[in-house]
Design a protein around this ligand. Structure first.
Ligand code: AR6
Length: 205
């Protein structure tokens, strides 16, 4: 199967490629997991994931950027969805975005006194997003760092949760349906965390 390389996909965009590599530990997938730094609304994949809230009616942060870039039809499609529980996710079209779809995932609001619940809700919104992608026959998906902005989840803790879910997903049959999983970081700090932890969860040869 011919999967375009990350360089072919993004050479014309304003995103910088932080890291893309071969993960021989993930069966038969070349350049399958990539790390980009920049604006997720510019990423051309089958679905970008939105760090939404339970109303699914927009907000600040990446949610605001996605609604701005997608245009008002996105909100119109979100309204009848009647929101979404924490840890869940729902799919819409991408409208004016280069991405074909948006998967609206609702991460937890961090609380250091209830880390176990928060961890499982964060894991669940990533897992649900991956499942929705596979169930809709999508081939590529891009994630922002859900819950780590306004919702206050410490980036390093969150990234362990995320990479554990994604690593297990890649090792399952369903995981083989996706050609590409992209992590999109905004800040240099987040980039450094992903660079470090990616090589732990997806070790090179
Ligand atoms: N592209 C990629 N990443 C971005 C972008 C962008 N355009 N803009 C921000 N980030 P946040 P949350 C990063 O706060 O913590 C909203 O009001 C940002 O630097 O967007 O899940 C919702 O409606 C951070 O690393 O999401 C909810 O109410 C990451 O995206 C609430 O915020 C997530 O930060 C959700 O909070």
């Amino acid at each position: 199967k011919d999967i375009p390389t990350i360089r072919q996909l993004y050479r014309t965009s304003s995103l910088s490629i932080a890291q893309t590599r071969r993960y021989p530990s993930v069966e038969a997938h070349l350049d399958r997991i990539s790390l980009l730094q920049g604006d997720i609304t510019k990423v051309q994949v089958d679905a970008i994931v939105n760090a939404a809230n339970r109303s699914l009616l927009g907000g600040g942060g990446v949610d605001g950027a996605i609604h701005d870039a997608a245009g008002p039809k996105l909100l119109a499609e979100c309204r009848p969805l009647n929101g979404c529980e924490t840890g869940g996710a729902k799919i819409t079209k991408g409208y004016d975005l280069p991405a074909l779809h948006v998967i609206h995932a609702v991460g937890p609001i961090y609380d250091s006194k209830d880390v176990e619940t928060k961890e499982s809700q964060l894991a669940s919104c990533y897992q649900n997003s991956l499942d929705i992608a596979v169930n809709n026959s999508l081939k590529s998906i891009a994630f922002p760092c859900i819950s780590t902005g306004i919702y206050g989840y410490p980036i390093e803790d969150a990234t362990h949760v995320v990479l554990d879910v994604v690593r297990k997903f890649c090792d399952m049959e369903a995981g083989k349906e996706l050609d590409r999983i992209v992590f999109v970081v905004w800040s240099n700090t987040d980039r450094a965390v992903y660079e470090k932890l990616l090589s732990e969860y997806f070790p090179p040869d």
